[in-house]
Write a protein that binds this ligand. Structure first.
Ligand code: PEP
Ligand code: MN
Length: 686
């Protein structure tokens, strides 16, 4: 008997009514969840989650569903989604967000892919519970396009996948993270359910080709083995594979994509959950240009990037720091260090917030073993099946009462990274194979400026023979007069490096502008910040991002406090290899070019763990004063000297009055050795 059309219509109406009722009940349930959030906030409870209560709810719900004739797994899945959403909504209330009158926040989020790709779905998941948010999503072809858009401020945030539970880390994204230019505001974990979808009416046995992203195809290997007649077509994106099949009306081609992508493009789902491993999750990170603020009361995770000092056991020591402070590492990945073959940078995630006492202590201890350390951010922790609370990560615009941006709160004190450590332990900074600090004494010597290939080779031979371990030479010269010799630029850097290599010395050279930092860092072993640039903060920030040691000279009118803050800029950027240099300050006394502030040496030793070297040449301005000032610095406890010398001082193109001749240098080294024989075997000496 065929049913009457009115009968079918009547059943359809009743289904629609039931759906409406379901929606109304869901909204009501969410309202109640929010009310609980407010009550918990009022009672000052430190977390929102009540896992035991959730477990009981889920059990009861599934039992009742089963008794009513529904499959248990279906009921469980539905309630899990509802509970997760409620938790997030509760949390916004708990954190005092999403209240009436709050201004609407507009956020432009970039991702790799096209609408309905997993990244796109994950953005929806991450921001689902956030009210008052106007979300604009923009898809890009590659991960690096997304990163570039973020850099150029075309988007506010980027959501990128960092790892997948089946395939592991996503290298290209790891590379973006180690560059350290972005902060992490949030993580999100997306359960990935691949479906097999094709044009409506397609039967599975008619499928001649399967089209998808390489990673998705790999995750569905046994499905593909079973469909041996079907060829595999690698596509750049799962959702776009679905789109292309719909657009091309490609008969006999199936896509492996998300359920949402199949629906969006009108494809029929031939099979669900087609991945080999049903537990397939992708973890995403939300990146921004500026650090975010996350509530330390929520269970949190922190991500950081670190490079190890070139010392035995440095990695073990770092791990020991985490263990000592009882910090649970959740992920450690090594990535090749740019510009340094066979050296590695580690991406580390751990449980805890950077404001937690244990994390702060660990962050204070780590720099003993690291040459670079940068915290990418702390954010609410998510778990695959047991989702935790989520707060909306917002790029920080941290304004004070007058609307002026506030500086980030330092971790421990004013200059937490530069300050002397509680145990008083001093840092050594390695330049090539030479250590500055760490109890030794290091002589850096060379001409003021690189003038020619011949000159710098001659200078290199001269200083090496007399005991210098690092070769100096300016290629970019900061001259008082625009008509003076400005240096040979990049060609000068090449000559210097060549001469240094030929005579077995690493080299140090000055960089004047942020744009030159990366390029000079590719060649030189150490970068110098000149006195005139000590507070060129853009330059300091750029130096914070490179993995090269920095010789930071004190500005001629800078206090020691300002010098330490300048060092802090470099360290805060993640580069912990900083050597301070006292080079004379401007006083009322015109008898010397500058006045060597000998007291700076013991004062800095009291205040910082960083090595301190002295430049007597620029302080003296006259050859005859260089040796006495150098010896004063040695006596006051300097970790080394940087002196200007020239094979033919009278012919020097720059600072010739203060350049030591080969004989002068010989005399200086003899005097130093007489003063500190016990400190130095082999550091100053032939
Ligand atoms: C130099 O070392 O070449 C130099 C220019 O020094 P300062 O920046 O200390 O003047
Ligand atoms: Mn000079």
């Amino acid at each position: 008997m065929t049913p009457k059309p009115e009968e079918i219509e009547a059943v359809r109406r009743s289904i629609e009514n039931l759906d409406r009722e379901l929606v109304r009940l869901l909204a009501k349930r969410l309202e109640a969840a929010r009310a609980i959030g407010s009550l918990k906030a009022l009672s000052g409870r430190s977390g929102i989650r009540d896992p035991e209560r959730e477990r009981v709810l889920l059990e009861t719900w599934c039992d009742e569903a089963e008794a009513a004739g529904l499959p248990r797994w279906l009921a469980g899945r539905i309630l899990t989604e509802i509970l997760e959403h409620s938790r997030r909504a509760q949390e916004d209330v708990f954190l005092g967000k999403a209240q009436d009158g709050e201004p609407i926040l507009r956020l432009k989020v970039g991702y790799q892919g096209v609408p309905a790709s997993y990244s796109d779905l994950c953005i929806d998941k991450l921001f689902a519970a956030r009210e008052g948010l106007v979300l604009e999503k923009q898809g890009f072809e590659t991960f690096s396009h997304v990163a570039r858009a973020l850099e150029r401020q075309d988007i506010d945030c980027a959501l990128l996948p960092v790892e997948n539970s089946t395939c592991g880390g996503i290298g290209e994204v790891g590379e973006i993270l180690v560059k350290g230019a972005f902060s992490v505001l949030a993580e999100e974990i997306l359960p990935v359910e691949h479906v097999l979808a094709a044009l409506p009416g397609t039967r599975r046995r008619d499928v001649k080709a399967v089209r998808s992203h390489r990673a998705a195809l790999e995750q569905c290997r046994s499905l593909l083995e079973r469909m041996e007649a079907a060829r595999v077509e690698v596509w750049h994106d799962t959702a776009d594979a679905a789109r292309s099949i719909a657009d091309e009306k490609a008969v006999g081609v199936a896509a492996i994509c998300s359920m949402e992508a199949a629906q969006r493009h009108g494809l029929e789902v031939l099979a669900r959950d087609v991945a080999d491993n049903p537990e397939n999750y992708t973890r995403f990170l939300l990146l921004a240009r500026e650090p975010g603020e996350s509530d330390p009361r929520l269970p949190s995770k922190t991500s950081l990037v670190l490079a190890l000092r070139d010392e035995k056991g440095a990695l073990a020591q770092c791990l020991e720091v985490f263990a000592r402070h009882e910090i649970n590492l959740t992920r450690i990945e090594s990535r090749p260090k740019p510009q340094a073959p066979w050296e590695y940078i580690f991406l580390i995630d751990f449980e805890g917030h950077r404001d937690d006492a244990s994390v702060r202590d660990a962050l204070a201890d780590l720099p003993t073993y690291t040459s670079q350390l940068r915290v990418l951010g702390s954010y609410p922790m998510r778990r695959p099946s047991d989702d935790h609370l989520q707060s909306l990560p917002v790029p920080r615009v941290n304004l004070d009462d007058e609307g002026i941006p506030k500086v980030a709160r330092p971790l421990i004190e004013d200059v937490p990274l530069t300050a002397l450590r509680p145990d008083g332990k001093k840092s050594g900074v390695r330049v090539g194979d030479v250590l500055i600090g760490g109890g030794g004494f290091t002589l850096i010597a060379g001409p003021c400026a690189v003038e020619s290939r011949e000159q710098v080779f001659e200078a290199a031979a001269m200083v090496r023979e007399r005991g210098a371990r690092i070769l100096r030479g300016g290629a970019f010269k900061p001259r008082t007069s625009p008509y003076s010799f400005q240096g040979l630029g990049y060609q000068g850097v090449d000559f210097l490096v060549e001469a240094g290599r030929a005579h077995g010395m690493p080299v140090v050279t000055e960089v004047l502008s942020p744009e030159d930092v990366t390029r000079v860092a590719k060649k030189a072993d150490m970068l110098q910040v000149g006195a005139r640039n000590m507070q060129n903060f853009e330059l300091l920030k750029e130096l914070g991002r490179v993995g090269r040691p920095v010789l930071l000279k004190r500005g001629m009118s800078a206090t020691l406090d300002e010098l330490l803050h300048a060092a802090e800029y470099i360290m805060a950027g993640g580069n912990h290899q900083v050597v301070l240099c006292e080079r004379g300050i401007r006083t009322f006394e015109p008898a010397t070019r500058a006045t060597l502030d000998v007291s700076a040496i013991p004062v800095l030793k009291e205040r910082t763990h960083l090595p301190v070297v002295v430049d007597p040449s620029h302080a003296a301005g006259r050859r005859s004063l260089v040796i006495p000032l150098a010896l004063a610095a040695v006596a006051a406890g300097a970790d080394g000297l940087i002196v200007e010398c020239h094979p033919h001082p009278d012919a020097a193109l720059c600072d010739k009055d203060q350049a030591l001749s080969p004989d002068d240098l010989e005399r200086l080294v003899g005097r130093i050795q007489a003063m500190i024989p016990q400190r130095q075997a082999g550091v100053v000496g032939r």
